[in-house]
Design a protein around this ligand. Structure first.
Ligand code: PGA
Length: 255
């Protein structure tokens, strides 16, 4: 990992936690913060119902920033049930996950809708956490790098390579999410290096700045080996981060 950029460790709560449970998690993390390197950015990505309360609870911390898990691309209007990027920023978030594979799989998101969402997120001043990754079938067909290139190129084409300087890319092999199957550190490093090269071919400075985090069954047992790889700048953790103490162990493995 390069020393001039902060490692990012994200806890994706998905559709978990009531208000009481969420507040308990964030207060526990704040209490344990002195045990975590100040060089690490901690990003709980929480359900929207909890966002303002968690953001407020984390205000005293200089290393915790809150993320949302999804967004709609329009700014306002008659879109019943949707939430816009300015609304998410207004609720206290700094980051927003876009294109998580669960959204692509269960809610029909495509590269096209994901690109619209990233544009909206960037325009609102939030930082996108842009999820990319191949399915098991695609890995078996040996087309992982083609899939990644299609996903990254689409955003570069739509938004320009400079838009990635402030973004976080989350490489998440779809077959590793919530399955207990993790990419080996070598496998993940190979794909991360390929992603960085794709960006470097367009702009070396942006490639050096962009943070590329790994996600997919990361836990306290495998985090240190994954995070030790040169091009892995952080982790996106779902199931293994739902207890604050487990999240702490992963943060400690990060440095
Ligand atoms: P997981 O989820 O850690 O439970 O595999 C990762 C994710 O949120 O994508």
């Amino acid at each position: 990992m390069e020393s001039d950029k902060k490692v990012i460790v994200q806890s994706n709560w998905k559709m978990h936690k009531t208000h009481v449970e969420g507040i308990d998690w964030i207060e526990s993390l704040i209490e344990m913060e002195p045990e975590i390197s100040p060089e690490i950015e901690l990003i709980p990505c929480v359900p929207l119902t909890l966002l303002p309360a968690i953001a407020q609870a984390a205000q005293s911390s200089s290393q915790i920033f809150i993320g949302a898990q999804n967004v709609y691309w329009e700014t306002w209007g008659a879109y019943t049930g949707e939430i816009s990027a300015p609304m998410i920023a207004d609720a206290g978030a700094s980051y927003c996950v876009v294109g998580h594979s669960e959204r692509r799989k269960y809610f029909g998101e495509t590269d096209e809708t994901v690109n619209k969402k990233i544009k909206a997120v960037i325009e609102s001043g939030l930082k996108p956490i842009f999820c990319i990754g191949e399915t098991l079938g695609e890995r078996e067909q040996d087309i992982t790098e083609d899939v990644i290139a299609r996903q990254v190129d689409a955003i570069i084409k739509a938004e320009g390579v400079a838009s990635l300087a402030n973004a976080v890319l989350a490489y998440e092999p779809v077959w590793a999410i919530g399955t207990g199957k993790t990419a080996t550190p070598e496998m993940a490093q190979e794909t991360h290096a390929a992603i960085r090269k794709l960006i470097a071919d367009q702009n070396a400075d942006v490639a050096a700045k962009v943070r590329i985090q790994y996600g997919g069954s990361m836990n306290a047992g495998n985090a240190a080996d994954l995070l030790a790889m040169e091009d892995i700048d952080g982790g996106l953790i779902g199931g293994a981060s739902l207890k604050a103490a487990d999240f702490l162990a992963i943060c400690q493995a990060a440095g």
